[in-house]
Design a protein around this ligand. Structure first.
Ligand SMILES: [Zn+2]
Length: 319
C-alpha cells in the first residue's frame, strides 16, 4: 500500500513533466496492456481491433500512417504478422520514437508461430518493457533523476498480479488434462495449447490456412480423419480466419461429436482486458473438456458457458 501511495503522490506532486505521450499498437491486445501500464500518462491507439476481420489480410491507410508517424511509442508483433507496420516504421517518425517489436522481447524467431500473445509469458515481459519505455519517453532527464526509482514499477507489479488467475487456470487445466490430443483450423491458440500441455495435430494444415494457402489434399484428408472423439478431444476454431475448408471441417466436427472451442485473433469488444479475454477462452476449454468424450454437443449435454458471441463453446446441436 505504501508503494501505491508513493506512486499516486509522485504524479500528483510533480507537474513539470512532458505532455501525455502517444502510444500506437498494431494490435488491440498490445494496446490494452499499454493502457493498463500507462494509465493517464498516455493516449493509446490500436490499429487492429475488429474481431470480425482477418488480421493476416490487413492493409494500411493514410490515417494509420499518420498515427504511426505521430507516435512516441509504437508496439507491433513482428514475425510476419504485421509487416505493414514494419513498412510504416521505415518512413519518418517522431524524434526519439521508441519501437517495441514484441517478438524480440521473448526471443521469437522468423518462422515461429506468430501468435505470441497467446503465450502466457509474453504480456508480463511487454508490461515491464513498457514501464521503462513510458518513463524514459514521457519524462525529462531532470524529472527522472528527481524521481529516483521508476514509479511505473508498481504498475508492472499490479499487472503481474492481475495475470495470476490466468496462470492458475492454466496450471489447473494442465494438471488435469496434460497430454490431451487436440487440433485447430489455424495456429492462433498454439502457444496456449502448448502451455496447457496439449498435443496439437495438423499444424502444417493450420499454417496454410493462416497464409491463405489451400492445404494439400493429404493434409485435409488427415485433418478429416482426426475429427473423431477417439482421436481428438477438441477442435479450436479460429472464427476470424475462415474459408470454405475450415467451415466444412467445423461441420464434420459437429456431426462427429468433437467439441469446438471458438477463439479469435483480436481481443473481442466484450472482453475488458487481455486477462479477461484469456480467462474466457480458458473457461471454454475447461467446460468442453469436462464433458465425456463423444458426448458433446449432443442435445442431452448441458452447456454451462453462457457467452453467445465472440469467444464461446460451439453449441450448435447435432443435426
Ligand atoms: Zn492467425
Amino acid at each position: 500500500m505504501k508503494a501505491l501511495l508513493c506512486f499516486v503522490a509522485f504524479f500528483a506532486c510533480v507537474s513539470a513533466h512532458a505532455d501525455k505521450i502517444t502510444i500506437v499498437a498494431a494490435e488491440n491486445f498490445y494496446g490494452g496492456v499499454a493502457a493498463q501500464i500507462a494509465g493517464n500518462e498516455a493516449t493509446v491507439t490500436s490499429i487492429l481491433s475488429n474481431p470480425n476481420q482477418d488480421p493476416h489480410e490487413f492493409t494500411t491507410d493514410a490515417a494509420t500512417a499518420k498515427a504511426v508517424a505521430d507516435a512516441d511509442i509504437v508496439i507491433y508483433n513482428g514475425l510476419g504478422y504485421d509487416d505493414w507496420m514494419a513498412k510504416l516504421l521505415g518512413t519518418a517518425g517522431k524524434k526519439d520514437r521508441v519501437v517495441i517489436r514484441v517478438a524480440d522481447l521473448i526471443g521469437a524467431k522468423d518462422g515461429d508461430n506468430p501468435h505470441i500473445w497467446y503465450d502466457p509469458r509474453t504480456m508480463p515481459t511487454l508490461a515491464a518493457k513498457l514501464g521503462d519505455a513510458i518513463f524514459m519517453t514521457g519524462f525529462s532527464a531532470t524529472y527522472r533523476a528527481a524521481a529516483g526509482a521508476n514509479p511505473f514499477a508498481q504498475k508492472i507489479n499490479d499487472f503481474d498480479a492481475s495475470m495470476k488467475p490466468e496462470l492458475d487456470e492454466i496450471a489447473a487445466i494442465k494438471s488435469k488434462y496434460s497430454g490431451t490430443i487436440v487440433t485447430a483450423t489455424e495456429p492462433v491458440f498454439g502457444y496456449m495449447s502448448g502451455a496447457l500441455g496439449f498435443k496439437m495435430l495438423n499444424y502444417d494444415f493450420q499454417i496454410n490456412i493462416m497464409n491463405d494457402t489451400e492445404p494439400s489434399a493429404s493434409q485435409t484428408a488427415a485433418f478429416e480423419k482426426s475429427l473423431n472423439p477417439k482421436t481428438v478431444r477438441l477442435l479450436f476454431y479460429n472464427k476470424q480466419v475462415t474459408d470454405p475448408t475450415t467451415e466444412r471441417l467445423k461441420k464434420i466436427a459437429i456431426t462427429s461429436d468433437v467439441p469446438i472451442v471458438g477463439v479469435t485473433e483480436t481481443q473481442p469488444a466484450d472482453a475488458k482486458t487481455y486477462q479477461d479475454w484469456m480467462m474466457h477462452e480458458l473457461h471454454a476449454v475447461e467446460t468442453a473438456l469436462a464433458q465425456p468424450a463423444g458426448a458433446f454437443p449432443g442435445d442431452s449435454v448441458p452447456v454451462p458457458v453462457q457467452r453467445t458471441e465472440n469467444v464461446n463453446v460451439q453449441t450448435t446441436p447435432n443435426q
